[in-house]
Design a protein around this ligand. Structure first.
Ligand code: AMP
Length: 303
């Protein structure tokens, strides 16, 4: 079933202990769409400048991602510059240039308005609210954000969280937004604002997934080679939402949410093996299924 995503498309400049790249393709919607495209029909809403490579848009379309909601505007594409130290779980932002996002007022194509699954990716919470106002109530709305928006736009962000069913935050974000250090208490607080589920991304320590009365913890896959953690969070969200959308509208069970968490973790584990979207572009369904199986073996035990 269709999965609508709004988020950033970007040029990233990234330094990690393993190398440095300038002006590579990134953005929350780019990683999310690619990851989700292995499991669901993705509809993309974003904006890029005329400087954005046409072949990347072609590559997204070739993966059956619907790009009718992608605007190509006069001006420059959004840019993010950041670095990682040996703690790859923490991205340090050096610069954020909104560029074409400053004046972006998305108008959803008519067919997009009834999309049953919606992911409000990391972007200005006012845009997230704008999209919410244009869709008929989807079956499921999930939201992600970043410290930049927690600090610059707390009011609209809190409003958008209140209208979401699931939030997918990393651990520093949920601590900052809730004012609670303990992750279980932080999740309870956020659930008090509206969402029924909270998914906390903990980088190389995996994912903690909570709802009222349930808790599920998944490890991250222990990789030998990690080049660039950028996009891991959005790739996780793409795999997670893609799996839920692939359930074809059936009532979602706790086990569906758990399996969605494992699909998200499997796809994210590929994303970090290369800089930019290089590895995500070239997966096969068999690669993903094998990694989900490897996760099962990693955590299986008997008493
Ligand atoms: P993550 O999956 O959390 O590693 O997200 C990485 C992507 O987020 C990068 O490719 C950046 O282009 C994008 N990004 C960074 N800062 C922002 C921001 N303030 N708003 C939207 N997207 C951003």
């Amino acid at each position: 079933m269709s999965l609508l995503v709004v988020g950033s498309m970007a040029f990233d400049s990234i330094k990690s202990p393993f190398g440095e790249v300038e002006k590579v393709v990134g953005g929350s919607a780019t990683y999310f769409s690619l990851a989700a495209s292995y499991l669901a029909q993705v509809r993309l809403v974003s904006v890029v400048g005329k400087d954005f490579p046409q072949e990347i848009i072609g590559m997204l379309s070739s993966r059956s991602i619907d790009t009718r909601g992608l605007k190509i505007a006069d001006g420059e594409t959004f840019r993010w510059k950041g670095y990682y130290e040996y703690d790859l779980n923490t991205a340090h932002t050096v610069a954020t240039e909104l560029n074409v996002f400053r004046d972006f007022a998305p108008v959803l194509p008519e067919e997009y308005r009834t999309s049953p699954y919606l992911f409000l990716g990391n972007i200005d919470p006012r845009l997230q609210m704008d999209i919410l106002a244009q869709v008929q109530r989807p079956k499921l709305v999930a939201l992600d954000t970043m410290n930049y928006w927690i600090e610059n736009s707390p009011g609209p962000l809190r409003e958008a969280i209140g209208k979401s069913d699931i939030v997918i935050f990393n651990e520093s974000e949920i601590r900052e937004i809730s004012g609670e250090y303990n992750l279980v208490r932080a999740a309870r607080k956020v659930m008090g604002w509206g969402p029924a589920r909270v998914v906390i991304k903990r980088g190389e320590y995996g994912v903690l997934h909570l709802s009222d009365g349930t808790m599920f913890a998944a490890p991250a896959y222990p990789l030998e080679t990690i080049f660039d953690p950028t996009g891991a969070g959005d790739s996780f969200a793409g795999g997670f939402m893609g799996y839920l959308a692939s359930r074809d509208g059936s009532e979602l069970s706790e086990m569906d949410y758990r399996l969605a968490t494992m699909y998200g973790s499997a796809i994210a584990s590929f994303a970090v093996e290369a800089f930019s979207t290089d590895r995500l572009q070239n997966l096969s369904p068999a690669d993903i299924a094998e990694r989900v199986d490897a996760f099962r073996a990693l955590t299986e035990f008997q008493v």
